[in-house]
Design a protein. Sequence first.
Length: 298
Amino acid sequence: MKNNTTILLAIIAILVVATFIVMQKPGEKSLTTNDRNLLVGLDSTRIDKIEIKCKFGSYELVRQGLEWRVTKPVQAKADAEFIGTAINMTTNMIVKSIVSTNPEKQSVFEVDSSGSSVKIYEDGSLKAEFIVGKMGNAYDETYVRLAGSDEVALVNGSLTYLYGSPLRNWRDKTIFHIDQSQIASIGYRFSDEEFTLQQKDTAWTIDGTTVNRDIVNNLLRFVTSFDADDFLDTPPDTMPKITGFIDLAGVQLRFAEQADENHYLVQSSTSPQWFIVYKSHAESILKRKSGFFKDIQS
């Protein structure tokens, strides 16, 4: 009986050792922050403020409930997708190597005053502060230095472009978004003509005449996901004259063409914000009646 107990204990001991060895095999254990060699340990669910200072200026982004907003230098809705990308990259900055500890070489990697300064807050408290430098030898590598440290790390991620972006990249550029199925008619008004594009069964018509389906499909592709190229936060003392109106799904879009410039100013009836839209982009939506009848096959 004693021998059986001894054998049983020996087997259990062997199994414990074997289990430990198996768990240590590469790829089969859970990675902790240290295992992944992250530059900073951050919890993406707790990040609620990001401060950035780059060559384009200083910005402050704050999470308010479920929404992210730009709070400095303007008050505006932020681009949730762009911020999501930033948080994902920032919480996954894996150190590939330490390339320098010499303060005199920080300018070589642009992790001195020429880089982008970033502060990340969790639950209202500063959690991480670092300088984003130039891109590494690969497009998805970046040189980064923690504030107060002389170590320059090469990390994964295209952080140079991200944190060196102008403010417009952090802002929500939505002018008008809607599902195509909700559009049954689109009204156009210019100083010299007014007409309505209407859907009748499977065809689109103007004054009862069928228009070019390809042109309408292209129009719908742009108008159902109409985004700005930039923002006009301080309108001039004398605003340009509005040259075209589009009415659809209970919303009016107003277009003011800029003299001698390659863009329009656009405003939606749902917001006081004026947007800047390149001319080619705007004119994919703002069409004259004759433009809908081009190249119709008989």
